[in-house]
Design a protein. Structure first.
Length: 91
């Protein structure tokens, strides 16, 4: 799947951001709804939180497949869910 010509990104960055957010939400590799996408010229900035490094890397893969000419800056944080420790005692 190829994206629009790079020159189209300059006119309407909000449309490009919406298209990329939709790609992240709909692609089976990611299905991420909570990722913020900010487009500035030919640069795409991602922010938010995912549960693993693999999830973060999949964001890159999906967007590079969709818009290979954009420069991707993935600032998404990885916060892994862990088993709770000992029970907290309240007094």
């Amino acid at each position: 799947m190829s994206g629009p010509h790079p020159a189209e990104h300059h006119g309407h960055p909000e449309y490009t951001a919406a298209r990329l957010r939709r790609a992240l939400a709909e692609d089976e590799r990611t299905a991420e709804l909570g990722i913020q996408v900010d487009v500035r010229g030919e640069h795409v900035y991602l922010s938010g939180v995912v549960s693993s490094q693999t999830c973060k890397e999949r964001l890159d893969a999906v967007l590079r497949d969709r818009e290979p000419d954009l420069h991707l800056h993935n600032d998404v944080r990885v916060v892994e869910a862990t088993e709770p420790g000992e029970a907290e005692v309240l007094r």
